[in-house]
Design a protein around this ligand. Structure first.
Ligand SMILES: Cc1cc2nc3c(=O)[nH]c(=O)nc-3n(C[C@H](O)[C@H](O)[C@H](O)COP(=O)(O)O)c2cc1C
Length: 333
């Protein structure tokens, strides 16, 4: 659906490329561009290098980084080192990560330790009911979610991001998050990595021991969720700030997300693929390319900064337009 978002070309930009300033503030930290590496990994000796490569590149680029779920280090403290990237990236915006189902069981002190033990700036709580539902060993009980989020919002204030993992956030859920005191929401919408699909593949390789749901029940949900662009439209004009993710694959996609109101964009799979191919250099190249594309999109829309891009004319067509009209979230500009 991001293809249904059109930025309007400015043939007379009246500025030089050097005038485009992508500097952005996220959670009180200055980024060189409105970009974060999405939550990917941690928790096994084999992936420590992945986090170090991602962090080194994020540091060189001046962008932010979300770590993968810290569930493993909660259970086995010696795995903490697999998330510890501060020695290679002392100044980046670094965010810890935990699932809502695990967050619910943490005391306040344990929650703070998730952030403090790795020198992070804040925490992402991920919402992933679709993934849990179809994971063989996943959670089946989603109670007390809102009150857990309220507690974490009190604990972390503007250092908390609530994110999905590929199914997006609706306006209704966005309102509930804002009411709970959440200031940052990462939509992680449908259109990129599908965890239901991943779980389906995983289940097909394992002998199924699922008690509650057969992996076959996952098939109709492979594309389940709110597409990223639609989710951004759903959350427009709420009190929380948004990060766009889920299928963003270029700086132009990020530019479109900013034009829909996002404060920053994030991607996971492209950075992971780049790391797997050529390590930290690959991640750096991948990020630099996105940043250059975003800069070009700014110039070609006559936008000197991400803030200007958020005010730039944007056209919504096709299925996204239908979605926004049907959901009454169309914001004419
Ligand atoms: C390999 C991989 C592992 C991920 N692990 C986590 C995780 O631990 N916690 C989390 O919040 N999101 C996790 N995600 C979800 C991403 O952070 C992101 O929300 C989602 O993949 C959509 O972005 P993408 O389409 O750019 O991959 C993971 C994604 C990938 C590809």
């Amino acid at each position: 659906m991001i293809e249904d978002v059109h930025l309007v070309h400015d043939a007379l930009p009246d500025m030089s490329v050097a005038d485009v300033d992508l500097t952005t503030e996220v959670m009180g930290r200055k980024l060189s561009a409105p970009l974060l590496i999405g939550a990917i990994t941690g928790g096994a000796a084999a992936v420590r290098q992945v986090n170090l490569d991602l962090a080194r590149a994020a540091s060189d680029l001046g962008i932010g980084m979300q770590l993968g779920s810290q569930r493993a280090m909660m259970e086995i403290p010696k795995l903490t080192s697999t998330y510890d990237v501060r020695k290679v990236a002392p100044r980046i915006l670094l965010l810890g990560n935990i699932g809502l189902a695990q967050a619910r069981r943490l005391t306040d002190a344990q929650a703070r330790a998730l952030v403090d033990d790795i020198g992070a700036d804040g925490l992402c709580i991920h919402l992933n009911p679709a993934m849990e539902l179809f994971q063989l060993e996943g959670e089946r009980d989603f109670k007390e979610g809102a009150e857990t989020i309220e507690r974490f919002a009190r604990l972390f204030g503007d250092r908390l991001i609530v994110k999905e993992t590929g199914c997006g956030i609706s306006r209704e859920v966005g309102k509930r998050l804002c009411e709970a005191g959440v200031q940052w929401v990462d939509v992680a919408g449908a259109g990129g990595t599908s965890w239901v699909k991943t779980e389906l593949l995983r289940a097909s390789r394992k002998a199924s021991k699922a008690v509650h749901l057969s992996p076959d029940a996952a098939q109709p949900f492979v594309e389940w969720g709110i597409p990223t662009a639609a989710s951004l439209c759903e959350l427009r004009n709420l009190s929380c700030r948004t990060i766009a993710s889920g299928g963003l694959r270029s700086g132009v996609d990020i530019a479109k997300a900013l034009a829909l109101g996002a404060s920053a964009g994030s991607a996971a799979l492209p950075f992971l693929r780049a790391q797997q191919a050529t390590g930290s250099d690959g991640v750096r190249l991948c990020g630099r390319k996105m940043i250059e594309e975003l800069k070009a999109a700014c110039l070609l829309t006559g936008s000197r900064s991400p803030a200007h891009l958020r005010q730039a004319p944007v056209l919504i067509t096709g299925r996204l337009r239908e979605w926004c009209l049907a959901r009454r979230v169309m914001d004419e500009r």
